[in-house]
Ligand binder design. Structure first.
Ligand SMILES: Nc1ncnc2c1ncn2[C@@H]1O[C@H](COP(=O)(O)OP(=O)(O)OP(=O)(O)O)[C@@H](O)[C@H]1O
Length: 446
């Protein structure tokens, strides 16, 4: 299906008829906003775009529009002999250009080529998604829950459906959102995350929708919102359950028709954004107690994906723990025999995030051995705060090795306590700053 965006009635009629005669489905619009709205509503394969349309008739505004149609190829139509503009359009992402008056035969060839390219791009995306096979999309785990989750991501990603990711804190909801985006035809456009609870309610509207100069004290210039930044891509609304009621209404409008109003703007604008939302809260309960709008809830839950708690997929723990240790130790770490038993015997209320922090901390504290870093149960217990540091006399070796282990542990602990402030750490340990840095260099702690 082709979107023809041009404001001249005669051109609309003739070109529309010519393309339909060639067997294409065509929708005609007469200005930039209508083009965006049409594009947000239907999956067009190709956009034919006149660069100087109402209300501004300004080719620069036309150039700014090109990116909004990604991933569909855009063919721009410029005035005769306006080569500089045509080149700018190609730089801005246009697939090709045609000079007006448009030669019908050239139009036929350019359209056929662009549609072929769109078809190939779609095919590549689908094949990539299917070939995902054993690729883990950054979501490690061989349990049936994780396999099913990855399968669902693969099926959902190529669509435009909103996705709602539910699961306890630290279970990988943001990773799921990133995987959906990465496997979607929008992957080349931005994924824009926002934590709905972390932005003060009064700033959230301007953050999401942008504002115009002078719309409030301190608005010294126009500022695009995250929705505009995410145009053509994905907006990840993290902790959607924290969204204030007033914003819920505005978000609902955007989800319904793709329109939003920057703070201080008179007219609505359009953006083509796929929404992925996440929360650890029970949204259905929030709807029942009236703190979350029911209509917004139903809009958001196009597809629901659930991330399991770590306790529900303990079979994945060794895989995850080994991966975190590999990363933390640049491949030089291994677990002592007691370590994995200790990890699997424990509960993980903070889920994968807590496991990751525990392994990373233990890897930093563990005694470096000739073969690399060996992390034992005692290091892990200390890392999660279950017990005080493993007593140094547990380290069997020569006196020099024991002294080195003690030195290493004291420095790592002091660094952790002072937030890696070298001056404070040195003072606490009775060293000069230079002396501390030398020791850290020797121990590979820098
Ligand atoms: N399946 C997984 N494979 C690899 N790493 C994971 C997995 N699940 C979670 N993690 C890691 O755990 C940490 C937390 O993940 P993430 O931020 O995606 O969780 P979340 O569910 O969004 O948490 P919150 O609800 O607190 O925002 C990250 O460091 C992430 O890399």
């Amino acid at each position: 299906m082709i979107l023809l965006a041009d404001d001249e009635p005669a051109f609309q009629r003739l070109t529309g008829a010519w393309l339909r005669g060639l067997g294409h489905e065509v929708e005609v619009v007469g200005d930039g906003d209508a083009a965006r709205a049409a594009f947000a509503a239907k999956p067009f394969d190709l956009v034919l775009l006149d660069l100087a349309m109402p209300p501004h008739h300004d080719p620069e505004a036309g150039l700014a529009l090109i990116a909004a149609f990604a991933p569909a190829p855009v063919v721009v139509m410029t005035g005769h002999a306006d080569h500089a503009l045509a080149l700018k359009a190609v730089e801005a992402g246009a697939w090709d250009f045609l000079a007006k008056p448009v030669d019908p035969d050239l139009l036929r060839v350019v359209v056929a080529r662009a549609l072929e390219r769109a078809r190939l791009a779609r095919e590549v995306t689908m094949l990539k998604a299917q070939a995902g096979g054993d690729e883990d999309m950054g979501l490690v785990g061989a349990s049936s829950a994780m396999t099913a989750l990855r399968d669902l991501i693969r099926r959902v990603a190529p669509t435009r459906l909103p996705a709602l990711v539910l699961g306890p804190s630290g279970t990988g909801k943001e990773l799921v959102a990133r995987a959906i985006h990465a496997m979607s035809p929008r992957a080349a456009r931005p994924l824009v995350p926002i934590h709905c609870g972390a932005v003060p309610a009064e700033l959230l509207e301007s953050e999401l929708f942008g504002h115009l100069k002078g719309s409030f004290t301190g608005a010294t210039g126009d500022r695009p919102g995250l929705i505009e930044t995410a145009d053509g891509g994905t907006l990840f609304l993290d902790e959607i359950g924290e969204m204030p009621a007033a914003m819920q209404v505005k978000l609902l409008r955007f989800l319904a028709d793709g329109s939003y109003q920057p703070v201080g703007a008179r007219a609505p604008r359009m953006a083509d954004v796929r929404i992925v939302a996440a929360t650890h809260r029970d949204l259905a309960a929030a709807v029942a107690d009236g703190s979350f709008r029911e209509d917004l809830f139903y809009r958001l839950k196009g597809v629901v994906l659930r991330t399991p708690s770590l306790d529900d997929r303990m079979s994945d723990l060794p895989l995850l723990a080994r991966m975190f240790l590999r990363r933390a130790s640049e491949g030089r770490g291994s677990f002592a025999p007691d370590a994995l038993d200790w990890l699997t015997a424990r509960n993980w209320p903070g889920n994968v995030r807590e496991l990751r922090a525990a392994v990373e901390c233990a890897a930093a504290l563990a005694m470096p051995a000739a073969a690399g870093v060996i992390v034992g149960a005692a290091d892990l217990a200390f890392a999660v705060g279950d017990v005080p540091a493993a007593p140094i006399h547990a380290v069997f070796g020569t006196l020099d090795e024991e002294v080195a282990a003690l030195e290493h542990r004291r420095i790592v602990e002091a660094l952790a306590r002072t937030g890696h402030n070298h001056t404070h750490t040195a003072r606490e340990l009775g060293l000069s700053r230079v002396g501390l840095l030398k020791k850290m260099d020797r121990m590979g702690l820098r």
